[in-house]
Design a protein around this ligand. Sequence first.
Ligand SMILES: *Cc1c(COP(=O)(O)O)cnc(C)c1O
Length: 382
Amino acid sequence: MHDNSLIEINREAFESNWQFLKQHFGKKVLISSVVKGNAYGHGIKPFVTMALESGVTHFSVFDCNEARQVNEVVKDRAEIMIMGWIENTSIPWAIENNVSIYVFEKKRLEAAIKSAKKLGKKVKLHIEIETGMNRTGFQPKEISSLIKYLKKEQDHFIFQGLCTHYAGAESIANYYRVKNQMDQYPKLYTRFCAEGLTPIHRHTACSAAAMMYPETCMDMVRIGIMQYGLWPSPEAFVNYLNVSKKHIDPLRRVISWKSKVMSIRKVTQGQFIGYGNSYMASENMKIAVVPIGYAHGYSRTLSNQGRVLISGYRCQVIGTINMNMMLVDVSEILNIHIGDEVVLIGRQDNLDLSVASFSDFSNLLNYELLTRLSQEIPRIII
Ligand SMILES: *Cc1c(COP(=O)(O)O)cnc(C)c1O
């Protein structure tokens, strides 16, 4: 059991974010809580446990392994949707557990229908259509034969959703591409409906699309990053401030990451610190060793760049991030002891280290930084 550090999940912050999202999207829009990537590093089990208690009724994951983890927590108390990968051999498990799955290829669709027939139970399907991202989704030229097939097999599936995904709604640079996708979707939706195939849900929006292009919300949205209290991009945040005429961030960060000072030493001017020669002490310095490194998800690109909070001071990471340790400059802290709290993400006294400040330094997306946090780190709900 890793005890070098601890991740805290703040229930109040989550509930406040969820409340904001519900209010913003309105009663008619179902919000699915996206918990892929180990709930964006928050930990699937603790996060889903908390979200369920706070009234979340729908979870989305990428693959079957994640779906199983969510299912262990929720049992029959919420819907689970797999948006990506599932082995054909796992489809029966999905059907038996009422887990809905994306289909975007004829082969998987046929496998799903076959399993449904064998089990004598309908499979819950989300038909994903290609609108311009060119990743997954049935191609325009496949739609006719797809519709024909679905009509023939109508007794063996529940048409849970008709869905697509936008190719970068968080950036204005992709405006025309996303707008074009938004034009494609309703045409395809109408085509399905005209053939008597009406999905229960129309869902296309992730956080960025839902905030930047409200018409993409339809009757269901798939929200990941914002429920964790982070914006999909600075543009999305600025856009919200402009449109809402508000001046404050309605979101609160849910995650904090804390470790401890492991050792302290003095280094004299002119000596190199840590591996190699990436950092030379320009004066006499005091250094603290923190037992966290890239093996735990603290990016190596934060070498000589990252900041941590100790004793209410913002301290700089010096030298390269090691596999299991980092060194920080604590010269200005007179009273520092082994065992003192080190905040890697979160608040200490009046200072705050955001996930974004992290990613600004390292050019990593919020998303990537969070999902890299090791599964070994214990997570607790506070
Ligand atoms: C990850 C994902 C989302 C959620 O994206 P956020 O930007 O975190 O809101 C929505 N839809 C699909 C298909 C996804 O893969």
